[in-house]
Design a protein. Sequence first.
Length: 290
Amino acid sequence: MRSRLRLTTWLYLSPLHLLLLTMLTVPSLYVFWLSLNESSYGTGLTWVGLENYWAVFDDPYFWRAALNTFLVVNGVVYVELLFGLALAALFMSGVPFRGLMFACILMPYAISEVVAVLVWKMMMDPNIGAIARTIEEMGLGRVNWSASPTTGLVLVGVINIWTHLPFTFLMIYAGLLAIDGSLYEAARIDGASRWQRFLRITLPLLIPTLLITLIFRLIFAFRMFSEVWLLTKGGPARLSEVLAVYLYQHGFRYGDFGMAAATGWLMVLGSLLLASVFLFAMQRSMKGGE
């Protein structure tokens, strides 16, 4: 009976497994094979082994893109996590016009990412942009993000946070709703302050949710492309490139498919390494909770 149930389960799951194999596994293996070959437009594959990987490691633009990616991803994810936690805690404590406020927070998810970037680009235009002109008139200086890679990457981070904050907020808000309210009531009776209740009840019970949110956001942010490409195209002088833009440049501008494929696999390994750290931490926290 158990073997029949197991066979039935596998039969029900087989379409999903077939879809994953077709859409993810096979293309990934082909990209890995491509990374071991030299290829360009109109040419066949020439086996070169690990030379594409050595070429990537030997390219200073790769290391610049990797550093930019590391800085932007960490800045975006942790700042966004704090904003999401603050908003979720605010909603749990009660806010006026709750439905309207909820809709405002979720609004960025209803807008295409490309449209959002273009709107931000228009609003931050140093000459005609409403936000840029307001910042300048407040005496904070001219926001010339197109000429400054640092300012450009900061703007990329702001846009990325604005675009993906709804996801972080929803994850944390759902985690807060899952906490038993009787724990807060018991702590309140015992005389615990609001800050103590947050540190002793909310934060420990919310750690698995925070870690899952971090894993997803790190992976999503690690492959950011449209914000950088639509704003700066990696300029000036390729100083604001991130890894996804670096891959695109080599694959479609320079026609070096092997090097682009190698960059893609290095990005996969990097995101897996980042995710594994938080998965290990999540596993330890869940075991500790048992």
